[in-house]
Write a protein that binds this ligand. Structure first.
Ligand code: ZN
Length: 277
């Protein structure tokens, strides 16, 4: 049997709002509930942003703490990953919740253009955030939005700022960043083997690319990310009813690719994380 697949659910991003799809969970109770449904459907890792009351991207550690507490209570063993990204957040605040010691946190290893703005991650900021994660025993998920970020991650491993083996996510299909092309995906897979041979990896496809990238990952032995942060539709022209519906679509496809869905305990082992408390 092929390696079990860790299904990540990215429940709430920095951008999509309830007006885009009413199923986007915004308040901590909605986020906990939506995560629980996705967990029951087969997700073993949750990627979390928090929102201010006006639905803008939040930085309040108190809100991260509430969501973490609820997920730990209702989704035993599920891997909790906080986003340190997101638009409209000051750099100084982006790692402010790491003292809460989630299992993981996202770490973009370079700057990139998005549709209408720069996602700024200067070298000293990236190294500082990596160091804070090390100190708090939080495993980074390296976010690769553009090619250089892959090699930047390899140099963080060399400097001892990123533990080996790292976990890497390729983000494909954001306007102005890396396109969701199969040739690019295959190149990234071959490069990660060359520069970080022990790394585990996942890819995210944004918007209409989500399902296509999900299938590439199942086919080639990668892990999978889905969820309303990246995509609001279950199929072209139809909004997804929930994060769980998107997770179920991946679970249903696993058989075709001879992949088994990783349990939370298996997912922790694959990523080298401590067992759940
Ligand atoms: Zn995110």
């Amino acid at each position: 049997m092929n390696q079990p697949v860790i299904i990540t659910v990215a429940i709430t991003g920095a951008v999509p709002k309830k007006k885009d799809n009413p199923a986007v969970p915004v308040t901590p109770p909605e986020q906990i509930e939506s995560t629980h449904e996705a967990f029951e459907a087969g997700a073993s890792l949750v990627h979390i942003h928090v929102r201010e009351p006006d639905e803008s991207s939040g930085s309040d550690p108190e809100m991260f703490a509430r969501v973490q507490e609820g997920v730990r209570k209702h989704c035993p063993g599920m891997i909790i990953q906080f986003s340190t990204g997101g638009r409209g957040r000051e750099q100084s605040k982006r790692g402010a919740m790491l003292y809460l010691k989630p299992d993981m946190a996202s770490l973009a290893t370079g700057s990139v253009n998005f549709a209408t703005q720069i996602y700024e991650n200067p070298p000293d900021f990236v190294e500082g955030l990596a160091r804070t994660m090390l100190e708090n025993d939080v495993k980074p998920e390296v976010e690769v939005f553009d090619l250089a970020m892959l090699y930047n991650a390899a140099s963080l491993v060399k400097k001892g700022l990123l533990k080996d083996p790292p976990h890497v996510q390729f983000v494909m299909g954001i306007p102005n960043a890396m396109p969701a092309r199969r040739s690019v995906f295959d190149f990234l897979r071959s490069e990660i083997r060359a520069v970080m041979p022990r790394a585990t990896w996942v890819a995210a496809g944004i918007g209409r690319h989500q399902w296509e990238v999900n299938q590439w990952c199942l086919e080639t032995g990668g892990h999978v990310r889905t969820g309303l942060e990246d995509n609001l539709r279950i199929e072209p022209g139809r909004l997804a009813a929930s994060n769980a519906e998107l997770v179920k679509k991946v679970v249903d496809a696993c058989g075709k690719y001879e992949r088994k869905v990783a349990t939370p305990a298996e997912a922790r082992k694959i990523l080298g994380l401590r067992p759940a408390a």
